[in-house]
Ligand binder design. Sequence first.
Ligand SMILES: C[S@@+](CC[C@H](N)C(=O)[O-])C[C@H]1O[C@@H](n2cnc3c(N)ncnc32)[C@H](O)[C@@H]1O
Length: 370
Amino acid sequence: MEKIRVDWRESTLYSECSWHQLAPYIGRMKSSMAHSLVAQFTDVGDTVYDPFCGAGTVALEAWRAGRHVVAGDLSPYAYVLSKAKLNPPKDVNDAMKRLRMCWAEATRQVPSIDLRRVPRWVRAFFHPETLRETIAVRNVLLGNQEQFLLSCLLGILHHWRPGFLSYPSSHTAPYLMDKRYPRTRFPEMYEYREVYPRLFAKVQRAFARTSEIDWKLSRIVEQVDASAGDQTGRCRKLSAIITSPPYMNSLSYARDNRLRLWFLRVDDHRKLERVLSPRKNQFLAMMRCLLPKWSSLLSSGAPCLLVLGAVRKQGKYHNLPQEVRQLVRGTNCGFKVTGLCSSVIPDGRRARVTCRSTREDTILLLRKRS
Ligand SMILES: C[S@@+](CC[C@H](N)C(=O)[O-])C[C@H]1O[C@@H](n2cnc3c(N)ncnc32)[C@H](O)[C@@H]1O
């Protein structure tokens, strides 16, 4: 078996490129893991494909390491985040210039925003004036395809801290914290929050840690269903696939992002959830159909790295990596398994600390058969 070296123990909070921190994403891969996999299994000038790109972690690390990138995800939120990271403004001055222009356009819209058309559950999170401004700037950023600024806006949408826009709420998923911070005792947390200075500060923070990057490398990012479209048809031969598929319905990619998705004009997050978080049989069927397709995109011997979680649900342990391994062995999918490496996810690294469903991540290394 081949050795897989990954580093996911150390915190990357103060060392990773700040573009990784534009906005939270449940199930986001640790950037140091993405970096190690890219460095170990690909070379400068290669093309890396991530068909389940989520927040764009692999894609950004691949681009930063001098690789061309093809990335896709079905979630509109994942698409906006990944597009933002792979097509950022040239520098902080460029970002601020764009922000000022968009804000000027948004302020003209604010008086005409009719909050009666906003669902009650969304209104429950914001002071009415803050919500009007947020919707106006969202309209402009969406219309102008300013995904980087839009991601910054989504990144400050909800939290209990003063730099955020909502009433006290949790950050990763939107839950109001009005029991912990009742309006009567914490009236300042329910006051109007001016959007512009908060967004301005967020954009500045987004450029806190960036590095030289090769803008000539190609970066294709699309909102597409990995099992339906053929995203790779238009691009050069792929050198490697590095991805973490939506292993079983253990993470709620739509429900936990429902407020951000509403601002991206997704009214029914439940419908999206059913597609984004497949059940075990659906997941295995999807992998059965995707593996031969992926193998046809790679040259002989090229790597396909799958980051998968073992899942415990309703007291039952599902060793998904093992099931995918058997699937590769038992079908004529064009790959062979050449490496495997597991590590328990430390509590603080989980999407939700109380979440008991995913306990370890496994990297499965497949190589295209010759
Ligand atoms: C484990 S997450 C990927 C996390 C990513 N590696 C990161 O660092 O953010 C799995 C992703 O698969 C996406 N997804 C689920 N079903 C999909 C499908 N049929 N086609 C494309 N993407 C899908 C989800 O939206 C989610 O973002």
